[in-house]
Design a protein around this ligand. Structure first.
Ligand code: DX5
Ligand code: ZN
Length: 220
């Protein structure tokens, strides 16, 4: 099953609840929330208060992407703010195994993200412990960037590694995803698609539906 996870980073924050609800009504099962600390990535985005305010507007899966150094410090608080799925960067965790354990102990699904230059082989030891792997298809930190083509090969390699182990782990892609390149990403083995600009620019409902149509065409 293919899932769309609109990233609110590209939304109008003055009308955030309304915009998120539109994506839910049009068929997006997840909402992607980019938490940035100004240290792991240059930008600062938002944190727990925004997450908990939004929680009342939607029943979508809260897919929290932590672009934060040592995110283990915040797992409990992020869970309390409404997270269902918490994804941390391999590059930001000295003790990745421990942080994955913390996420699960908090009752959330655990995801691990990789920057474009980090090889998928780095996750070999934890593959069977995670629920989702996020392959960054741009350098994290900003919305509206261009998709980096070599990341497609990483998705393919990772899907093969998972299949060899009999795992059906979700592969999420994030950055520069559009209705133009989503088919290639699906073919490579990704099944959860983050899209910021491609969803929140202009007609939100129409943009979500365009992704949904592509998913349906592949599922039929
Ligand atoms: C980038 C964030 C993304 C971003 C995607 O660091 O992780 O989720 O919002 O935005 P687009 O789809 O515009 O590239
Ligand atoms: Zn993200």
């Amino acid at each position: 099953m293919y899932i769309l996870a609109p990233s609110i980073l590209a939304a109008d924050f003055g009308k955030l609840g309304e915009a998120v609800k539109k994506t839910e009504d049009a068929g997006a099962a997840y909402i992607h929330l980019d938490v940035m600390d100004g240290a792991f990535v240059p930008s600062i985005s938002f944190g727990m208060p925004v997450l908990s305010s939004l929680r009342g507007y939607t029943s979508q899966v809260f897919d929290v992407h932590m672009m934060v150094e040592e995110p283990g410090r915040y797992i409990e608080d992020i869970k309390k703010a409404g997270a269902d799925l918490i994804t941390v960067h391999q590059e930001a965790c000295v003790h990745l195994d421990r942080v994955i354990g913390q996420i699960k102990a908090a009752g959330c699904r655990a995801g691990v993200a990789l920057n474009p230059a980090t090889p998928v082989s780095t996750l070999e030891c934890v593959l069977d412990q995670v629920d989702l792997i996020l392959i960054m298809t741009v350098n994290p930190g900003f919305g509206g960037q261009k998709f980096i083509p070599y990341t497609l090969k990483k998705v393919r390699t990772l899907r093969r590694m998972l299949e060899e182990r009999g795992l059906q782990t979700d592969i999420e892609v994030d950055g520069g995803v559009t209705t133009e390149n989503v088919r290639a990403l699906m073919e490579a083995g990704a099944n959860v698609f983050v899209a910021g600009s491609a969803v929140f620019k202009n007609d939100i409902s129409g943009n979500v539906k365009a992704f949904m149509d592509i998913f349906k065409e592949q599922e039929s």
